[in-house]
Design a protein around this ligand. Structure first.
Ligand code: 3HC
Ligand code: NAI
Length: 698
């Protein structure tokens, strides 16, 4: 017997207890242990078998770390069949999560009992695959096609009470999984309940699978796994036998298993978990965090305050005037009313948050007891310096002082205080109560426990926090400004904003860069351009004024109804703004450029190469700790398609030598913009990948 599965004969009931922390993943030892345990129970004359998990959960799925390696017997599909075919009565007792292969094992057993807090699901599509151990064949037989399609294509976790209604679970009982499981098995034996193999249940009636496939494909924006899973469920209805359905599921599973999308999504899964692991902060305790202050209650400050209130922190919101403070409160209430409408807050909680937990202020003395203060005032260094000078004067010793600046130098901000060790950047994304990304910007003198407090705040607010170093724009905005510049160059040379948006939306971005600019407000980019010009542009840099003219005409994007697009018919019904192309054509004529055509492929290739090249510089300079930190930043803050894993995973999958060759070729036309990143050149020379760097860093 493998140690991963404990075996015990309790009277006439054999108990198989999984013991493979942390999540009882169904790795080889667990599968072998289950197969051996079934054989032993049968040989020792047991009448029934109870399967449950020790520790925090039942089986959370196949062991994802085994993907891409040579598979070892017993394979999971055969194991599920073997459990189901046993002459003994087999029962699962579920707590924690029965996910993926975990639910498939449970569906291979004849009865399922769960504790009320248990969740079940088939989340494989999020990993770029589909349930490959009979889940697409058994779930429709117990829950019906509609429910199975919903669970399998969304991958959502279903709570025990809903699973009970759907017939996925037979009984929900509070208690210890071993105890409730044993009592249930005893009851089933006493009443002579029959074995109940799901594979022997009738095939469910088909639905219009072509229509479902098309709808799911469209919703996935190019992600293949949910749509492919529809075809597997179709086989549950239409294949000539259960075995034939399983075979079809297996074939589709293997197609996906061998895809780049599977690699991208699994990279994203592990990157999510690795990004918060920072050896330098191991064992460093964060400072206390109960009361926070927010300065500036505009778009960002109100969003940050909302997130903090929802996480149970008390918030003091400081604004310039009582009127501005009231306006900030209005914005916070607007944000919270979304949660109220969705039933995530009761009206009592809403009132408590907006009256008791939130205090408005215009006097800095109100911040004297705050544990952490986040500044979100105008993006202007002088204003920020004034704010931090005042904070330094009033805040208690040990308070953490943070700036939400998008681009400005945190070291300069810290330098106006007498406590630069307490200062860091906490860069949220808009809308701050919705977007998951938080860049924790560590300045030269930031103390380790201040950095740890930044991460602790991120965790408390439910954010994915990424460590970033100080530079113009940190990780995300620095890379963004380069690939945006690349898009602007393509426009000068002949592409239209609409062709660029189309090509990148087809690549998988939720929105193309010009639609995003309209959403964020064209005035933001305008301010950055003005600042950079004032600082002095390199004479070799290609500049253009057409976007400034759009702003000068009062077009700031969605908020004014027009930008690159016209939003007269609503945000979703965008149409090109007819004023844009003449401005662009005028600019080309003025610069003496003869426009040429760009294919979708070339647009994507150039845009992505610019992104990857700058990302390699960001990693090479230590602004991002590892390539995966860049990937997570782009995935959570910039709408990068998750199924491509992030820009540096995408680059690995493309081949770094080919990308470098493109960059060098384009350098012949613009050597200033296309300067190859030293790290990219080094990796190519050594025949290594970005992922090799991730592995070395772990
Ligand atoms: N295989 C291997 N490792 C896994 C794993 C899995 N299926 N699921 C979780 N882990 C690891 C994590 O990487 C993490 O490792 P670390 O501590 O070294 O970083 C550790 O277990 C704990 O995971 P979390 O930090 O995510 O713990 P949470 O308590 O927040 O969440 C969970 C637990 C809900 C189970 C979450 O881990 C999860 O969603 N896991 C993936 C579940 C899944 O997708 N299952 C389907 C797998 S594919 C499959 O079964 C194919 C089959 O159809 C053939
Ligand atoms: P905003 O203009 O919507 O809000 C700024 C608020 O600060 C205003 O309400 C103003 O009254 C207040 N304010 C200005 N000076 C003040 C002072 N001295 N004391 C108190 N309050 C003061 O600006 P927004 O968009 O919220 O940006 C704030 C900061 O967040 C900027 O540094 C910006 O770069 C950064 N940021 C913005 C993002 C965005 O998408 N808007 C994203 C991430 C960061």
């Amino acid at each position: 017997m493998s140690e991963a599965i404990g075996y015990e004969l309790h009277g006439d009931i054999a108990i198989l207890a999984a013991n493979n922390p942390p999540v009882n993943a169904l790795g080889h030892a667990v599968r072998q242990g289950l197969a051996d345990g079934m054989a032993r129970a049968e040989a020792e004359g047991a009448r029934a078998v109870l399967i449950y998990g020790t520790g925090r959960t039942y089986f959370a799925g196949a062991d994802i770390r085994e993907f891409g390696k040579p598979p070892k017997e017993p394979h999971l599909p055969e194991l599920c069949n073997r459990i189901e075919a046993s002459p003994l009565l087999v029962v699962s007792a579920i707590h924690g999560t029965a996910l993926g292969g975990g639910l498939e094992v449970a569906l291979g057993t004849h009865y399922r009992i769960a504790v009320p807090t248990a969740k079940v699901g088939l989340p494989e599509v999020h990993l770029g695959i589909l349930p490959g151990a009979g889940g697409t064949q058994r779930l429709p037989r117990v829950a019906g096609v509609e429910a199975a399609l919903d669970m399998i294509t969304t991958g959502r976790h279903v709570r025990a009470d809903e699973a009970l209604k759907l017939g996925v679970i037979d009984r929900v009982v509070e208690g210890d999984p071993r105890e409730i499981g044993l009592a249930y098995v005893r009851e089933l034996l006493d009443e002579g309940a029959p074995r109940r193999p799901v594979s022997e249940m009738p095939a469910p009636a088909p639905v219009d699978f072509d229509a479902v496939y098309a709808a799911v494909l469209k919703k996935g924006r190019g992600q293949l796994s949910p749509a492919t899973a529809v075809r597997a469920v179709q086989a549950a209805c239409e294949a000539e036998s259960f075995a034939a359905g399983l075979k079809r599921e297996r074939d589709l599973f293997m197609d996906l298993m061998n895809s780049d999308q599977r690699e991208g999504l699994i990279h994203a899964f592990f990157a999510d978990r690795a990004v918060g692991k920072l050896p330098e902060l191991d064992g460093v305790a964060p400072r206390p965090l109960a009361a926070i202050g927010v300065i500036g209650g505009g778009t960002m400050g109100a969003g940050i305050a909302t997130a903090a209130l929802l996480s149970g922190l008390t918030v003091t919101m400081l604004e310039m005037t009582p009127e501005a403070a009231e306006a900030a409160k209005g914005r916070i209430e607007g944000n919270l009313s979304g949660a109220l409408k969705r039933g995530k807050l009761t009206s009592q909680q809403f009132d408590n948050l907006t009256t008791k937990a939130l205090t408005l202020a215009t006097d800095y003395a109100a911040l004297s007891e705050a544990d952490l203060v986040i500044e979100a005032v105008f993006e202007d260094m002088e204003v920020k310096k004034q704010v931090f000078t005042k904070l330094d004067a009033v805040c208690k010793q040990g308070a953490v002082l943070a700036s939400n600046t998008s681009y400005l130098d945190i070291n300069q901000i810290a330098a106006v205080t007498s406590r630069p060790q307490d200062v860091l950047g906490l860069h949220f994304f808009s809308p701050a109560h919705v977007m998951k990304l938080l860049e924790v910007v560590i300045a030269d003198q930031t103390a380790p426990d201040v950095a740890a407090t930044g991460f602790a705040l991120g965790k408390r607010l439910g954010k994915v926090s990424v460590r970033a170093g100080v530079c113009d724009g940190f990780i995300g905005n620095r890379i963004l400004s380069v690939y945006r510049t690349c898009a602007d160059h393509m426009i000068l040379d002949g592409a239209s904003p609409y062709e660029i948006d189309d090509a990148l939306e087809e690549f998988g971005f939720a929105m193309g860069p010009f639609a995003v600019a309209d959403l964020a407000g064209l005035d933001i980019g305008w301010a950055v351009r003005k600042r950079k010009r004032a600082e002095g542009l390199d004479p070799r840099a290609r500049d253009s004024a057409y976007a400034d003219k759009l702003c000068e005409a009062g077009h700031f994007g969605q908020k004014t109804g027009k930008g690159y697009y016209d939003y007269a018919a609503g945000a979703k019904a965008r149409v090109p703004n007819p004023e844009v192309m003449p401005l662009i054509e005028g600019e080309r004529a003025q610069q003496g450029i003869t426009p040429r055509a760009f294919s979708k492929d070339e647009i994507v290739r150039r845009y992505m190469a610019a992104m990857v090249n700058e990302a390699a510089k960001v990693v090479g300079e230590g602004i991002a700790r590892r390539p995966l930190d860049v990937d997570v930043t782009l995935l959570y803050g910039y709408g990068f398609p998750r199924y491509r894993g992030g820009p540096l995973k995408w680059a690995d999958l493309q081949g770094l030598p080919e990308l470098l060759a493109d960059i060098k070729r384009w350098a012949a036309e613009d050597a200033y913009f296309w300067q190859p990143a030293p790290l990219l050149e080094q990796l190519v020379a050594e025949g290594r990948s970005f992922d090799d760097l991730n592995k070395e860093a772990v």
